[in-house]
Design a protein around this ligand. Structure first.
Ligand code: SF4
Length: 217
């Protein structure tokens, strides 16, 4: 079956880097393949290659690190149908499961126990036209909606989206992340404070620990 195997770039333990779980030890399952090309993407190495593994082996390796938290990331995990049953199995095994997704793929089939971290791509990403706004209806207080911002134009776009789609009412956490090396975090904090926006400014913690080349998690 198409869900029996997954193409995997790497499975490793680190700390969660860019969500409300930042700093928590976490096992990452990085899948191969993405159908977007965000201008500031820091994981292009996951666009191709990798190793095809049985889903049972991916599950076993993901559990072997022993962290309570496991994150599916990519690339774009939802491109591979086997990710849905894998996340279910990780939840069944008692893990807290995070899914990092670009926000352009349907999240309706994701196990409700999974914490979805869903991007809304701002214009500076070059992929704003790919946002799948239907996904908003599947977000709950368990989930997080993330904006990566490259400049003031992106910030203003996010501010407009908050109003137009009443995103604060979804209950999901709203994350505003400065694109590393493009937008000064201090500037973003000043804008958020000036506008009293109901967002959490979110830094890519792993880059402050391991340097600018550390991959997104
Ligand atoms: S969705 Fe993620 S993996 Fe794909 S291009 Fe954008 S940042 Fe990179």
């Amino acid at each position: 079956m198409v869900t029996d195997t997954l193409v995997i770039h790497e499975i490793y333990a680190s700390i969660q880097g860019e969500s409300s779980f930042a700093g928590v030890p976490c096992t990452f399952v990085r899948t191969v393949g993405c159908d977007l090309r965000c201008t500031w993407c820091d994981t292009p190495q996951a666009f191709q290659g990798g190793t095809r593994l049985a889903r049972s082996e991916v599950l076993e390796r993901a559990l072997s690190f022993g962290t309570p938290l496991v994150e599916l990331t990519g690339g774009e995990p939802l491109l591979q149908p086997g990710v849905l049953p894998l996340m279910r199995e990780l939840c069944d095994a008692g893990r807290t499961v995070l899914l990092e997704t670009g926000g352009h793929r349907d999240v309706s089939g994701v196990d409700p126990r999974v914490h979805k971290i869903v991007d809304l791509k701002a214009p500076g990403s070059g992929e704003v036209a790919q946002n799948r706004l239907e996904n908003l209806r599947y977000l709950t207080a368990r989930d997080e909606l993330k904006f990566v911002l490259a400049d003031r134009g992106d910030y203003d776009w996010m501010r407009g989206m908050l109003v137009i789609h009443e995103l604060d009412a979804l209950g999901a956490k709203l994350l505003a992340s400065p694109a590393f090396g493009l937008l000064d975090p201090r500037t973003l904090v000043e804008w958020v404070l000036a506008d009293k926006l109901p967002v959490r400014v979110n830094l890519q913690l792993h880059k402050y620990v391991w340097g600018a080349d550390a991959v997104g998690v």
